[in-house]
Design a protein around this ligand. Sequence first.
Ligand code: 4AD
Ligand code: MG
Length: 463
Amino acid sequence: MVKRRIAEILRSGQPDESLLIQGWVRTKRELKGFSFIEVNDGSSLASLQVVMNQDLPDYEANLKKLNTGASLEVTGVLVPSQGKGQRIELKAEMVKVYGEADPETYPLQKKRHSYEFLRTIGHLRSRTNSFGAVFRVRNACATAIHQFFQERGFLWVHTPIITASDCEGAGELFNVTGLNLKDIPRTENNAVDYAQDFFGRPTYLTVSGQLEAEVMAMAFSNVYTFGPTFRAENSNTSRHLAEFWMVEPEMAFCDLEGDMDLAEAFLKHVFKYVLETCPEDMEFFNQRIDNTVLETADNIINNEFQRLTYTEAISLLEKADVKFEYPVSWGLDLQSEHERYLAEQLFKKPVIVSDYPAKIKAFYMRLSDDEKTVRAMDILAPKIGEIIGGAQREERLDVLEKRIIAQGMQPEDLWWYLDLRRYGTVPHAGFGLGFERLVQFMTGMGNIRDVIPFPRTPQSAEF
Ligand code: 4AD
Ligand code: MG
């Protein structure tokens, strides 16, 4: 007997086909002489209706066991459905129950549950419609990302999770060894004099794979990373996780304009792919989560993003007739309320802000001729705020050394990174996309904890 996934049956199954399905009961409806069982196997939002006639072997005993959450296997024949809502249904010839789910204790019942409640049962929530849709869309986003870069000849490189460098210089590192750099002796050359043992020096969970991606870009021209990153920031917001996934392309022979062009084409591609491959899930989000989801996707795909400099953004914010909680002035970083005002209220589409003050940005960003700004860019999305952060990198050895020192870091600790500027340096640029923020943006989900299967936040790491 051919085993089939439910998504495929609903899409292309034909009457008289004999097949076998395996899945979990969503609902059961008992009628006189027969019953309907809605079976879901995670392949689609919609479930397949199974019709069980009372003349099936063990009909009564099986029916008693087939409550919401129970697992089963059905062998049968597809028949046109009489009811509305589905084209086809499965007439059961044999039903095997694998595992029961006691309705007295199983927490997922037919009613709608709040996301807060579902977060307390993280091991079961993926079985609901909402989380099914979120994780299928998450998978489609990841596929689209690989497709986009692979089609353009980018090499997927794997950068380390345990690292000795603080890429962002923001001090938001999870320390793996419990050692601190300032406590480790230095040699005459100002190198860290660590014990020969690997764990004799401070090491951290990576905040970004960028510096290592730069290493690889200097050999392969265009590369990207896609993996988990960690930030020990105590931000209890709906946009921050302690463990999140980041996509970081890095391109040799590329400037900031090329970087912005790539980022825009990239987001357009991912939205297009998801709309094409997950239409039911996207329709579900539009109906149930946020009724602007489809319009936003259409807007992203068909309209150019707004581009402006930080200096222009500040002057627009100063003129805004909105009372912001945080001050706006040249030299201060944009807060999420400012970012959202620009993207959500003023331009109503993604906004690329470039050329930020050097003082508020990381050491590796290329200093402009004005010596006040760096060639950085952030992409701000309506409802989310910053979704992408990127920059053209400082490729000049002397300028980079000065920037490292100015930020209180030791050039000797980044000797390998400086080597990239000593040997065959080129203008290069890249960016980092917060993968969960993209999934939030795509689905309209309000809380970042609900777009990753196992969220790590200051309060939650149950398993
Ligand atoms: O702006 P960030 O800090 O940039 C970097 O790490 C660069 N090294 C990237 C690069 O140029 N290769 O982070 C990039 C993105 C942010 O725009 C945001 O979307 C996401 O990562 N992000 C977070 N997402 C969830 N939780 C957090 N705590 C995040 N911190 C950053
Ligand atoms: Mg940033």
